[in-house]
Design a protein around this ligand. Structure first.
Ligand SMILES: [Fe+2]
Length: 403
C-alpha cells in the first residue's frame, strides 16, 4: 500500500477580471524580452489577441505572433510552428486560446528548448529539463491545460491522439482572466464546461492513492496518484460551481459572474484531475473521439453518466456526495439512491445544455462499438484509476448503453 501522494500545478496562478492588463509586467518578471504569442484564427477573430498585445505594446515588449493554431492540434502544426519559431529570436511563449492552443504551445516549447523529433517526447516523463517560460491565457473554461502537465496532439497518419505528459510542461504562469472567456460561443462553452465536470467527478471517484496499483519503479515519477484529500477538496468545489453556473454561462455568455465561476471550476478541476488522474470516461473518450471526430468535452459528457452508472456499486458514498454538491435533495435516501440522483442530475444537465446524449447521434455505428471497447483496454494509464475493474466486455456494455 502506498503511503504518499504528490501535488503539482502551474508555477503561479494569476486569477481575476482584467488580469491580462498585467501581462507586460508578468512577462518582464519572467525575464522574457521577445515572447512568441501562440493563438488560432477563432481567438484572433474574437478580438482577444489585441487585449494581450496591448499591455506588451505599453511596455515596448516586442513579440512574434503565430496565429495558425487549430482544434485538436496535429503533429504537423507543431512542426510548422517550431520551424516558424526557430527562425526568430524568442525567449518565452504566451498561449492565448483554448486547450488546443495551450497544448500546441507546450509542444512547441519542448522542441524549442530541446530540439529533436516530437515523437521522442510522447509518453510520461520524457522531457529532459525545464522548458522555456510559458504563460497560458485560457479563452475557454475547460481542459485544464493552463495548469496541467499534458499536451495532447493528433497524429493524422495514425488517426490517433498522442500525449506528452510531464510536470515540466505545467505552465510557468496561468493567467486566468474571465473576461477572455465572454465571447466563447454557447456550444463550445457547453462542451468545455461538461469536460470540467468530468475532470472533477473522475478525479474524485478515482481509485484512492493508497490502493492505486503503481509499480515500484514508477513511485518517483508517477503523475496521476489516484484520489487524495487535496484533490478531493478541489473537485468538490469545482463540481458545485459547474452545477451552479454552467447553464448560466452557456445561455448568458456575457454573465461575468457565471464565467468567473466557470473559470475557477476549470482551474480547480484541472488541478484535481491532473494530479489524481481520470478514469474510464476519459479512457473511453479517446477511441470515441477518433471514430466520431466530436469535440473532446462532448464525448466525455456523453459517456460520463454511463461510466458512473457502471461505477455506482463501488462508489456509492462518493457519488452520494456528488449529488449533494450538485444541489440534489438526498435526505432519507440510501447512499446508492443518492448516488443515482447524481447520475440523473448530470443527465439533466447534459439535456439542459442541449448536448447530444447518444453515440448514434454523433455518427457512431453499432459496428464501431467492439473495436472501441478493445482500443480502450489499451489506455491502461487511465483505466487503472477507474474505481471498478473493467474488461473489454464491460466497456462494450457501457458503450452500448451510450449508443
Ligand atoms: Fe478532458
Amino acid at each position: 500500500m502506498r503511503e504518499q501522494w504528490g501535488f503539482s500545478s502551474a508555477g503561479e496562478i494569476v486569477f481575476g477580471t482584467n488580469g491580462v492588463q498585467r501581462l507586460g509586467r508578468i512577462v518582464s518578471k519572467l525575464g522574457c524580452a521577445h515572447p512568441m504569442i501562440v493563438t488560432d484564427p477563432g481567438v484572433q477573430k474574437a478580438g482577444l489577441v489585441e487585449r494581450v498585445t496591448a499591455p506588451l505594446n505599453d511596455m515596448s515588449i516586442p513579440y512574434h505572433l503565430f496565429e495558425y493554431g487549430e482544434p485538436e492540434p496535429s503533429t504537423q502544426v507543431v512542426l510548422q510552428a517550431y520551424e516558424w519559431a526557430k527562425e526568430r529570436e524568442l525567449d518565452g511563449i504566451i498561449a492565448v486560446g483554448g486547450g488546443s492552443v495551450i497544448d500546441l504551445a507546450k509542444a512547441v516549447a519542448v522542441l524549442l528548448t530541446f530540439g529533436g523529433d516530437i515523437n521522442d517526447y510522447f509518453g510520461e516523463g520524457k522531457v529532459p529539463g525545464r522548458i522555456l517560460p510559458l504563460i497560458a491565457i485560457p479563452t475557454t473554461a475547460g481542459t485544464g491545460s493552463s495548469v496541467s502537465p499534458a499536451s495532447v496532439l493528433t497524429d493524422l497518419e495514425a488517426n490517433l491522439k498522442k500525449g506528452i505528459s510531464d510536470n515540466k510542461l505545467r505552465p510557468t504562469v496561468a493567467l486566468v482572466d474571465p473576461l477572455m472567456t465572454l465571447t466563447c460561443p454557447p456550444f463550445l462553452t457547453a462542451c468545455t464546461g461538461i469536460d470540467v465536470l468530468a475532470h472533477a467527478v473522475e478525479a474524485y471517484i478515482a481509485t484512492p492513492f493508497n490502493y492505486l496499483p503503481i509499480a515500484p519503479e514508477e513511485v518517483d515519477t508517477v503523475l496521476y496518484h489516484g484520489a487524495f484529500p487535496l484533490a478531493d477538496s478541489l473537485a468538490r468545489d469545482a463540481i458545485a460551481l459547474v452545477g451552479g453556473y454552467l447553464r448560466l454561462a452557456v445561455d448568458q455568455g456575457q454573465n461575468v459572474e457565471a464565467r468567473t465561476h466557470m473559470c475557477m471550476a476549470n482551474i480547480m478541476a484541472g488541478m484535481a484531475f491532473s494530479n489524481a488522474g481520470v478514469t474510464a470516461v476519459h479512457a473511453m473518450a479517446y477511441p470515441l473521439g477518433a471514430v466520431s471526430h466530436a469535440p473532446h468535452g462532448l464525448v466525455n459528457g456523453l459517456l460520463l453518466p454511463h461510466v458512473l452508472q457502471y461505477n455506482l456499486p463501488i462508489c456509492t458514498e462518493r457519488l452520494a456526495n456528488v449529488a449533494v454538491w450538485l444541489g440534489e435533495e438526498v435526505d432519507g435516501l440510501s447512499d446508492r439512491e443518492a448516488g443515482q440522483k447524481a447520475i440523473d442530475a448530470i443527465k439533466q444537465l447534459i439535456a439542459d445544455l442541449r448536448l447530444p446524449s447518444r453515440m448514434r447521434d454523433i455518427g457512431v455505428q453499432e459496428s464501431d462499438i467492439r473495436p472501441m471497447a478493445e482500443a480502450t483496454m489499451g489506455v491502461t494509464r487511465l483505466l487503472r484509476s477507474n474505481p471498478r475493474r473493467v474488461t473489454a466486455d464491460d466497456l462494450e456494455a457501457i458503450y452500448r448503453a451510450a449508443y
